[in-house]
Design a protein around this ligand. Structure first.
Ligand SMILES: [Zn+2]
Length: 224
């Protein structure tokens, strides 16, 4: 298992910070800078071909004590692929990450969309599914202040916050500047609540990662 060693006493309630769709040569370093200024760690769900293109960013993420976990090889919904295609996607992605010394514990399928066979594939590769509880919708390009206003009241111990350090296929923005700007305010709010922000594995004990109850960003029921 990769991820950050954690020195905060376990009784402090935790909230996880997670970033998808990276690494990105411009935005990942800026997100890392914002996390360092806020003195916290996070989990990065990486896209394997981007990890292959930017291996130095993977080492940088690990060097700062953050977690590197698996997002996908191709950013395609499982419901739009066959079981064999998804198995090949995971096999190729994990091979690339292992080649860089990374053995993921968690898998966040693209778009957070699960197919009927996703859980079986998860078990077959010894992974744990990890969706999220609070989506910031940062891919829309909303200002950081608006995102904080929306997500802030929803935060509670055990929350898993989704942000993006890359420009995924669904993004309606060309840069992640508002995500960088959001980090400090979000961490402040989390600490104000008496919680400690951190990487996913500091929050979740083995086998307790959220699955079906955490809705994907596109599928969250209206008004909830
Ligand atoms: Zn994604």
């Amino acid at each position: 298992m990769t991820g950050a060693a954690n020195d905060t006493p376990q009784e402090v309630p935790r909230i996880s910070l997670t970033f998808d769709d990276g690494p990105h040569p411009i935005w990942t370093p800026r997100v890392l800078g914002a996390l360092q200024r806020a003195e916290t760690r996070a989990t990065f769900f990486v896209v394997a071909p981007l990890a292959r293109r930017f291996p130095r960013l993977i080492s940088e993420i690990l060097r700062y004590g953050h977690g590197v976990e698996f997002h996908c090889t191709e950013h395609v919904r499982h419901t739009e692929q066959s079981r064999e295609e998804v198995e090949a996607d995971v096999r190729d992605g994990l091979r690339e990450l292992r080649r860089q010394g990374v053995c993921p514990r968690f898998w966040r399928p693209p778009w957070g969309v699960l197919a009927p066979f996703t859980a079986e594939i998860t078990c077959a590769f010894g992974l744990e599914l990890a969706l999220w509880t609070e989506g910031t919708h940062d891919w829309r390009g909303d200002p950081a202040s608006e995102m904080l206003e929306r997500v802030g009241p929803e935060l509670r111990p055990g929350s898993i916050v989704l942000m993006h350090d890359g420009i995924g296929p669904g993004a309606l923005r060309s840069g992640c500047g508002e995500t960088v700007a959001l980090v400090e305010g979000l961490v402040e709010r989390i600490r104000f609540l008496g919680c400690e922000p951190g990487p996913l594995d500091a929050t979740l004990t083995v086998g307790t990662s959220p699955t079906s109850e955490a809705f994907s960003e596109q599928e969250r029921p209206v008004g909830t």
